[in-house]
Design a protein around this ligand. Structure first.
Ligand code: NI
Length: 184
């Protein structure tokens, strides 16, 4: 496994539309392993292949379950809390249904470092995809997973979370980013 470089706005490749994967093979799995390692290292909860410069319809997501042990008196011991990794791989993901009900999350993105904004998306989606072994899946997702998946799927069509914000807010974020980069 190897770390890959994460492209950051305004890199033009991030605007590219990714192509469907024809076959889930060892080469593709090696890419997914790299993507996952890169995402953990960043750290982030989701990454699309285009963010490491590969224009193929592939995502990795890991929301990591936080386990907090409880002491004898039933109090949570925050110091001993740890995150359990639960990687999920989505090849050629496709939304086949979305709820009329919407949810709002304060989203961020590894390609728009340290910037956040509220984005409204369908609260639940039904998704079809191929897994790490190439097997077909179909499931209804909700909560943070539904949001994260839609955010990552946007990347496959060259869309960033900032594209969902008002022009004013987007311009503000881009300006801050340019300034931060100059400061380095
Ligand atoms: Ni993103």
């Amino acid at each position: 496994m190897a770390l890959r470089e994460i492209l950051v706005v305004p890199h033009p490749v991030l605007k590219q539309v990714s192509q469907p994967v024809e076959q889930v093979d060892d080469e593709l799995r090696a890419l997914m392993d790299d993507m996952l390692e890169t995402m953990y290292d960043a750290p982030g909860i989701g990454l699309a292949a285009i963010q490491v410069g590969v224009p193929e319809r592939i995502l990795v997501i890991d929301l990591q379950r936080r386990i907090t042990p409880v002491d004898d008196e039933g109090n949570e011991v925050e110091d001993e809390a740890r995150d359990i990794r639960e990687p999920q791989y989505f090849v050629n993901p496709e939304i086949v249904w979305e709820s009329e009900e919407y949810g709002v999350y304060n989203e961020g993105c590894l390609s728009v470092p340290e910037m956040y904004g509220d984005v409204e998306r369908p609260a639940r989606v039904r998704v079809k995809w191929l897994g790490y072994d190439g097997a077909a899946h179909e499931e209804e997702l909700d909560g943070l997973l539904a949001t994260c998946l839609q955010h990552e799927m946007d990347h496959l069509d060259g869309i960033l979370f900032v594209d969902h914000l008002s022009k004013l807010k987007r311009d503000m974020i881009m300006k801050k980013l340019t300034k931060a980069r100059k400061g380095k």
